[in-house]
Design a protein around this ligand. Sequence first.
Ligand SMILES: [Ca+2]
Ligand SMILES: [Ca+2]
Length: 102
Amino acid sequence: MVTSGDLPGLDLPNLDTHSELGALGAVELGHPVQDIDGDGRLDTVTTNGDRAMHVWTDLDHDGYADHVTLVDQGGDYAAWEFRHHSDGTTEWVRTDAGRLGS
Ligand SMILES: [Ca+2]
Ligand SMILES: [Ca+2]
């Protein structure tokens, strides 16, 4: 079970690079503030949790995050993608993990 963290103004889960997101479900991204792919539409929120920095991205602009990248203070990172399956279920799938600079 992932609990919400103390992220001011944002109701985003407080994760770290070792968190299991599989059953987390859709994460609402109400107010993106950055345009990470340069198409002129805001799509990304960067937050700092207790143990890691989070970069949440909603590239299809449906209001829910499609990707999150977690980076902790030691440089470990994990990247997750929110997948919609043809049977209507959804899950977060880890697409990458490792250590920055190695
Ligand atoms: Ca964009
Ligand atoms: Ca989305």
